[in-house]
Design a protein. Structure first.
Length: 496
């Protein structure tokens, strides 16, 4: 045979031998098939069948790390955490270079509060891949869970050698130092951050907040003053300094916020945050001077942020609690025109329509609200109340029944729903059916004059004049000044 043909034949023979060597044995093929079957059963949620398949793989290949890892996941789904951990540990031991096995085992350890063991796994991961920042954060996280904050700080120090001082590691270290009572070290962390980034205003705010938290008002004030040197229009610093100087004069403080509120560059949330406590106080006591100061600021909000639903909402709140419900309604409606997804504003609108006895708009608006908030019992209640006000009791009963189901844990609302349910039955002249919800309402509030009077009306309609008179008298004793009620008591009969 010529040499020209000999070389190709030798190459073909070598390739044929290699192919024969790479063909899996029948046992290997069977294990591969079992592994695939196990994964299929796992995807279908057939956990017991999946476990059996992975065990079959391990019987033939006792150190198959992939099968042990998948078996661990199956045991976890079966809530057999101890078995899951054992299988996960085997996967890590048999293939220590696979990071996914260690991630997963760490999560299993966390479930049984073995946080130090989880931290040790991340220590190994950092050693294998020291430039992976995420490993350091998880390592520190598990050390904190294991009540080893000092060790966690060392991990952050190690990470900073890699990536330098930065806000995230500083915040973590500062929090840990505060928890350990190491206030000087906590402050130094932020000071080091500022030393590296001296023009970063946010880091100085972080330091000022730290001083506020630790009660060092003098240093906090000095830090806010430094911020204003770097950023003269910084709203948070202006507000903080105004707050320092207000003493007990709330009106003076609110008036000092005017320049901040006039600045369109200042975030509206920053502005609103400062006045919310005062709006709550206005709701409690109705102080006119406070209301006037808040009205000036919230009017500015609307002028400076005309397209913000929050501006109209908070202005509406100030007007409402100042007694100007008509103007408040207009601003609430403007808020909803800009953002319909604020239930609290819908609720305020419904209350105003109720207070005004505007039952047409009450029913219409409550139905609009229910399209967006079908799980709000108050919306169902107002819808039924509106139909009662329009003398359409058949339309009132379905929403009231829904409100009754939903108000089981809200006694105040449930009382009102029961009262309106009784009113719907009364309008339908179904007096016996009206009696039951009135009785339930009186179990919640036995001294409500309106319910007592209506119960008297029902008793009279049922032919129980003696009981009717007793309920009318109780209504008077409960404080009712109704002239119609007085006639009922004097005449001993129903007066509509």
């Amino acid at each position: 045979m010529s040499k020209r043909f000999l070389l190709p034949l030798l190459l073909l023979a070598a390739l044929s031998l290699q192919a024969q060597e790479e063909l899996p044995t029948p046992e290997e093929s069977k294990r591969e098939e079992a592994f695939l079957d196990g994964n299929r059963e796992k995807l279908l949620g057939n956990w017991e069948k999946a476990a059996a398949k992975f065990k079959e793989v391990l019987e033939g290949d006792p150190k198959n790390d992939a099968a042990s890892y998948e078996l661990a996941r199956v045991y976890e789904a079966l809530k057999e955490t101890d078995k899951a951990i054992a299988a996960g540990k085997n996967a890590v031991e048999w293939n220590p270079t696979n990071p996914w096995y260690k991630y997963y085992l760490a999560e299993l350890y966390q479930k049984v509060d073995k946080d130090k063991a989880a931290a040790d796994l991340y220590a190994q991961l950092v050693k294998a891949d020291p430039r992976n920042e995420g490993y350091y954060f998880k390592w520190a996280y598990y050390l904190v869970r294991a009540s080893q904050p000092a060790e966690a700080i060392k991990v952050y120090d190690q990470l900073e050698k890699l990536i330098g001082v930065n806000e995230e590691t500083t915040r973590h270290k500062q929090t840990l130092y505060l928890g350990m009572g190491e206030y000087k070290k906590a402050g130094k962390e932020v000071q080091d951050l500022i030393a590296r980034f001296p023009n970063n205003v946010e880091y100085r705010h972080l330091l000022a907040t730290f001083y506020d938290q630790t009660g060092d008002k003098a240093k906090a004030t000095a830090t806010y003053q430094e911020i204003l040197k770097l950023a003269p229009n910084d709203a948070r610093a202006q507000i903080a300094l105004a707050d320092d100087n207000k003493g007990t004069d709330d009106i003076k403080f609110l008036n000092s916020l005017r320049p901040v509120f006039e600045d369109p560059a200042t975030n509206i949330d920053t502005k609103i945050k400062e006045i919310i406590p005062y709006v709550a106080r206005l709701a409690e006591n109705g102080d006119k001077s406070l209301g006037n100061s808040l009205l000036a600021l919230t009017s500015l909000l609307e002028t400076v942020h005309p397209n913000s639903p929050k501006a109209h909402s908070v202005l509406g709140d100030v007007l409402y609690h100042s007694g100007n419900h008509g103007e408040a309604l207009g601003h609430y409606l403007q808020c909803l025109a800009l953002d319909k997804n604020v239930w609290a504003v819908w609720e305020q609108v419904l209350f105003i329509y109720f207070d005004n006895k505007d039952y047409t708009n009450l029913t219409k608006t409550s139905e609009q609200a229910l399209d967006l908030f079908p799980n709000q019992a108050t919306a169902h209640y107002f819808n039924g109340l509106g139909y009662n006000g329009l003398h359409q009791p058949n339309d009132a009963l379905p929403p009231l029944q829904q409100a009754l189901i939903m108000s089981a844990k809200n006694p105040s609302l449930r009382f009102n729903v029961l009262r309106e349910t009784a009113e719907a039955h009364y309008q339908l002249k179904k007096y016996a059916q009206a009696e039951k919800p009135l009785g339930e309402a009186l179990l919640l509030n036995a001294k409500d004059p309106a319910v007592l009077e209506r119960m008297g009306d029902v008793q009279f309609q049922l032919g129980k004049q003696t009981e009717a008179l007793q309920f009318w008298q109780k209504a008077q004793e409960a404080g009712s000044k109704s002239a119609v009620l007085q006639r009922k008591v004097l005449e001993g009969k129903l007066v509509e």
